[in-house]
Design a protein around this ligand. Structure first.
Ligand code: 1PZ
Length: 208
Protein backbone atom coordinates (compact mmCIF):
# COMPACT_ATOMS: atom_id res chain seq x y z
CA UNK A 1 0.00 0.00 0.00
CA UNK A 2 1.43 3.40 -0.94
CA UNK A 3 1.25 6.51 1.21
CA UNK A 4 -1.16 8.32 -1.08
CA UNK A 5 -4.02 5.97 -0.36
CA UNK A 6 -4.04 6.92 3.29
CA UNK A 7 -3.04 10.58 3.01
CA UNK A 8 -5.76 12.88 1.74
CA UNK A 9 -4.41 15.22 -0.95
CA UNK A 10 -6.45 18.19 -2.25
CA UNK A 11 -7.08 16.34 -5.50
CA UNK A 12 -8.20 13.13 -3.77
CA UNK A 13 -10.56 15.17 -1.57
CA UNK A 14 -12.15 16.62 -4.71
CA UNK A 15 -12.35 13.18 -6.34
CA UNK A 16 -13.89 11.69 -3.17
CA UNK A 17 -16.54 14.42 -3.00
CA UNK A 18 -17.57 13.97 -6.63
CA UNK A 19 -17.59 10.20 -6.31
CA UNK A 20 -19.96 10.58 -3.36
CA UNK A 21 -22.17 12.91 -5.41
CA UNK A 22 -22.28 10.67 -8.46
CA UNK A 23 -22.92 7.59 -6.28
CA UNK A 24 -25.83 9.45 -4.71
CA UNK A 25 -27.27 10.32 -8.13
CA UNK A 26 -26.84 6.76 -9.36
CA UNK A 27 -28.46 5.30 -6.22
CA UNK A 28 -31.41 7.71 -6.12
CA UNK A 29 -31.91 8.06 -9.84
CA UNK A 30 -31.44 11.13 -11.98
CA UNK A 31 -34.83 12.56 -10.98
CA UNK A 32 -33.45 12.88 -7.46
CA UNK A 33 -33.92 16.33 -5.90
CA UNK A 34 -30.28 17.06 -5.10
CA UNK A 35 -29.55 19.16 -2.05
CA UNK A 36 -27.88 22.49 -2.85
CA UNK A 37 -25.72 22.31 0.26
CA UNK A 38 -24.36 18.85 -0.63
CA UNK A 39 -23.59 20.03 -4.15
CA UNK A 40 -21.89 23.23 -2.96
CA UNK A 41 -19.77 21.27 -0.50
CA UNK A 42 -18.19 19.35 -3.35
CA UNK A 43 -17.83 22.48 -5.51
CA UNK A 44 -16.10 24.45 -2.79
CA UNK A 45 -13.35 21.83 -2.48
CA UNK A 46 -12.32 22.67 -6.04
CA UNK A 47 -11.09 26.05 -4.81
CA UNK A 48 -8.02 24.35 -3.34
CA UNK A 49 -6.79 23.63 -6.87
CA UNK A 50 -6.63 27.33 -7.73
CA UNK A 51 -3.79 27.74 -5.30
CA UNK A 52 -1.67 25.70 -7.70
CA UNK A 53 -2.28 27.96 -10.68
CA UNK A 54 -0.58 31.12 -9.51
CA UNK A 55 -1.57 34.77 -9.44
CA UNK A 56 -2.61 34.92 -13.12
CA UNK A 57 -5.75 32.99 -12.30
CA UNK A 58 -6.66 34.90 -9.14
CA UNK A 59 -9.56 36.44 -11.07
CA UNK A 60 -10.89 33.02 -12.07
CA UNK A 61 -10.62 31.88 -8.46
CA UNK A 62 -12.55 34.89 -7.12
CA UNK A 63 -15.19 34.47 -9.84
CA UNK A 64 -15.67 30.80 -9.12
CA UNK A 65 -15.62 31.14 -5.34
CA UNK A 66 -18.11 34.01 -5.29
CA UNK A 67 -20.58 32.02 -7.38
CA UNK A 68 -20.25 28.94 -5.18
CA UNK A 69 -20.62 31.18 -2.12
CA UNK A 70 -23.85 32.72 -3.48
CA UNK A 71 -25.26 29.26 -4.08
CA UNK A 72 -24.18 28.07 -0.63
CA UNK A 73 -25.82 31.11 0.94
CA UNK A 74 -29.05 30.28 -0.86
CA UNK A 75 -29.05 26.64 0.22
CA UNK A 76 -30.87 27.22 3.50
CA UNK A 77 -33.83 28.99 1.95
CA UNK A 78 -34.03 27.12 -1.36
CA UNK A 79 -33.00 23.61 -0.34
CA UNK A 80 -32.39 22.02 -3.71
CA UNK A 81 -31.03 22.76 -7.18
CA UNK A 82 -34.50 22.24 -8.64
CA UNK A 83 -35.93 24.96 -6.42
CA UNK A 84 -33.52 27.69 -7.47
CA UNK A 85 -34.27 27.07 -11.13
CA UNK A 86 -38.02 27.05 -10.53
CA UNK A 87 -37.69 30.29 -8.59
CA UNK A 88 -35.74 31.99 -11.39
CA UNK A 89 -38.19 30.76 -14.03
CA UNK A 90 -41.04 32.32 -12.05
CA UNK A 91 -39.10 35.57 -11.73
CA UNK A 92 -37.91 35.56 -15.32
CA UNK A 93 -34.31 35.71 -14.05
CA UNK A 94 -32.86 32.45 -15.37
CA UNK A 95 -30.14 34.24 -17.38
CA UNK A 96 -29.99 37.46 -15.37
CA UNK A 97 -26.40 38.24 -14.31
CA UNK A 98 -25.90 37.16 -10.71
CA UNK A 99 -29.03 34.99 -10.56
CA UNK A 100 -28.66 31.63 -8.83
CA UNK A 101 -29.62 29.71 -11.96
CA UNK A 102 -26.98 31.59 -13.93
CA UNK A 103 -24.38 31.07 -11.22
CA UNK A 104 -25.16 27.35 -11.20
CA UNK A 105 -24.66 27.27 -14.96
CA UNK A 106 -21.23 28.98 -14.56
CA UNK A 107 -20.15 26.64 -11.77
CA UNK A 108 -21.18 23.69 -13.94
CA UNK A 109 -19.03 25.10 -16.75
CA UNK A 110 -16.13 25.38 -14.32
CA UNK A 111 -16.52 21.73 -13.30
CA UNK A 112 -16.55 20.73 -16.96
CA UNK A 113 -13.45 22.85 -17.62
CA UNK A 114 -11.54 21.03 -14.90
CA UNK A 115 -12.70 17.69 -16.30
CA UNK A 116 -11.50 18.68 -19.78
CA UNK A 117 -8.16 19.94 -18.47
CA UNK A 118 -7.59 16.68 -16.62
CA UNK A 119 -8.47 14.70 -19.73
CA UNK A 120 -5.99 16.72 -21.81
CA UNK A 121 -3.39 16.48 -19.06
CA UNK A 122 -3.63 12.68 -19.17
CA UNK A 123 -3.62 12.37 -22.94
CA UNK A 124 -0.36 14.29 -23.52
CA UNK A 125 2.96 14.51 -21.76
CA UNK A 126 3.63 18.13 -22.72
CA UNK A 127 5.95 19.89 -20.31
CA UNK A 128 3.90 23.09 -20.53
CA UNK A 129 0.19 23.03 -19.72
CA UNK A 130 -0.72 25.95 -21.97
CA UNK A 131 -1.95 23.75 -24.81
CA UNK A 132 -3.92 21.32 -22.62
CA UNK A 133 -5.54 24.14 -20.66
CA UNK A 134 -6.27 26.35 -23.70
CA UNK A 135 -7.93 23.52 -25.61
CA UNK A 136 -10.04 22.58 -22.59
CA UNK A 137 -11.05 26.21 -22.02
CA UNK A 138 -11.89 26.69 -25.71
CA UNK A 139 -14.24 23.72 -25.60
CA UNK A 140 -15.99 24.24 -22.27
CA UNK A 141 -16.06 27.91 -21.31
CA UNK A 142 -14.73 30.25 -23.98
CA UNK A 143 -17.93 30.17 -26.08
CA UNK A 144 -19.83 31.65 -23.13
CA UNK A 145 -17.30 34.26 -22.04
CA UNK A 146 -16.86 37.79 -23.34
CA UNK A 147 -14.04 38.67 -25.69
CA UNK A 148 -12.21 40.54 -22.93
CA UNK A 149 -12.35 37.57 -20.54
CA UNK A 150 -11.28 35.10 -23.25
CA UNK A 151 -8.31 37.29 -24.18
CA UNK A 152 -7.21 37.59 -20.56
CA UNK A 153 -7.55 33.85 -19.97
CA UNK A 154 -5.52 32.89 -23.06
CA UNK A 155 -2.84 35.43 -22.08
CA UNK A 156 -2.73 33.94 -18.59
CA UNK A 157 -2.10 30.45 -19.94
CA UNK A 158 1.58 31.31 -20.39
CA UNK A 159 1.86 31.76 -16.64
CA UNK A 160 0.60 28.29 -15.75
CA UNK A 161 2.94 26.02 -13.83
CA UNK A 162 4.67 23.24 -15.76
CA UNK A 163 3.42 19.69 -15.57
CA UNK A 164 6.00 18.73 -12.93
CA UNK A 165 5.38 21.86 -10.87
CA UNK A 166 1.65 21.15 -10.85
CA UNK A 167 2.12 17.55 -9.70
CA UNK A 168 4.44 18.76 -6.96
CA UNK A 169 2.09 21.53 -5.82
CA UNK A 170 -0.79 19.08 -5.73
CA UNK A 171 1.33 16.85 -3.50
CA UNK A 172 0.89 13.99 -5.98
CA UNK A 173 3.19 11.72 -7.96
CA UNK A 174 3.05 10.79 -11.66
CA UNK A 175 1.02 7.72 -10.75
CA UNK A 176 -1.26 9.20 -8.11
CA UNK A 177 -2.13 12.30 -10.14
CA UNK A 178 -3.32 10.08 -12.98
CA UNK A 179 -5.43 7.95 -10.64
CA UNK A 180 -7.06 10.96 -8.96
CA UNK A 181 -7.74 12.81 -12.20
CA UNK A 182 -9.40 9.73 -13.69
CA UNK A 183 -11.58 9.46 -10.59
CA UNK A 184 -12.67 13.10 -10.97
CA UNK A 185 -13.26 12.75 -14.72
CA UNK A 186 -15.53 9.75 -14.22
CA UNK A 187 -17.35 11.11 -11.17
CA UNK A 188 -17.95 14.63 -12.47
CA UNK A 189 -19.61 13.54 -15.71
CA UNK A 190 -22.86 12.26 -14.14
CA UNK A 191 -23.01 15.40 -11.99
CA UNK A 192 -22.59 17.64 -15.03
CA UNK A 193 -25.22 15.66 -16.91
CA UNK A 194 -27.57 15.90 -13.94
CA UNK A 195 -27.24 19.70 -13.90
CA UNK A 196 -27.74 19.95 -17.66
CA UNK A 197 -30.92 17.92 -17.39
CA UNK A 198 -32.30 20.35 -14.81
CA UNK A 199 -32.18 22.99 -17.56
CA UNK A 200 -33.13 20.97 -20.64
CA UNK A 201 -36.08 19.30 -18.88
CA UNK A 202 -37.48 22.82 -18.42
CA UNK A 203 -36.75 23.75 -22.03
CA UNK A 204 -33.88 26.02 -21.05
CA UNK A 205 -31.17 25.87 -23.73
CA UNK A 206 -27.52 25.32 -22.84
CA UNK A 207 -26.04 27.81 -25.31
CA UNK A 208 -25.16 30.51 -22.76
C1 1PZ B 1 -3.61 23.19 -15.14
C2 1PZ B 1 -4.86 23.87 -14.94
C3 1PZ B 1 -5.03 25.10 -15.75
C4 1PZ B 1 -6.32 25.74 -15.57
C5 1PZ B 1 -6.49 27.03 -16.24
C6 1PZ B 1 -7.91 27.38 -16.37
C7 1PZ B 1 -8.21 28.80 -16.36
C8 1PZ B 1 -9.62 29.11 -16.61
C9 1PZ B 1 -9.98 30.46 -16.34
C10 1PZ B 1 -11.42 30.82 -16.49
C11 1PZ B 1 -11.62 32.23 -16.15
C12 1PZ B 1 -13.01 32.73 -16.12
C13 1PZ B 1 -13.05 34.11 -15.66
C14 1PZ B 1 -14.34 34.82 -15.62
C15 1PZ B 1 -15.42 34.45 -16.18
C16 1PZ B 1 -16.72 35.21 -16.11
O1 1PZ B 1 -16.82 36.05 -17.20
C17 1PZ B 1 -17.82 34.19 -16.11
C18 1PZ B 1 -19.18 34.76 -16.40
O2 1PZ B 1 -19.82 35.20 -15.30
P1 1PZ B 1 -21.26 35.90 -15.35
O3 1PZ B 1 -21.31 36.88 -16.48
O4 1PZ B 1 -22.31 34.84 -15.55
O5 1PZ B 1 -21.41 36.56 -14.00
N1 1PZ B 1 -17.73 33.48 -14.85
C19 1PZ B 1 -17.59 32.16 -14.79
O6 1PZ B 1 -17.65 31.48 -15.78
C20 1PZ B 1 -17.42 31.54 -13.43
C21 1PZ B 1 -16.04 31.07 -13.13
C22 1PZ B 1 -15.56 29.88 -13.92
C23 1PZ B 1 -14.13 29.58 -13.64
C24 1PZ B 1 -13.88 28.16 -13.49
C25 1PZ B 1 -12.48 27.85 -13.42
C26 1PZ B 1 -12.17 26.50 -13.06
C27 1PZ B 1 -10.76 26.14 -13.31
C28 1PZ B 1 -10.10 25.49 -12.19
C29 1PZ B 1 -8.81 24.88 -12.49
C30 1PZ B 1 -8.18 24.28 -11.30
Amino acid sequence: EDSNSTELTPLSAVADAFEDLSALLKAKGFDFDLDLKTFCGACSLVSILFGCLGIAFKFAELEYISKVRDLTGASESYGTLNNIIDFDIQNDSVKTPGSLTRNLRRVRQGLDLIRAIFQNFLSTDDYYLKEAASTAYAKTCAPYHTWAVRTAVYAGMYALPTRDQLILKLNETDESVEREMIRYINASLPVIEYIDKLYTSRNISLDW
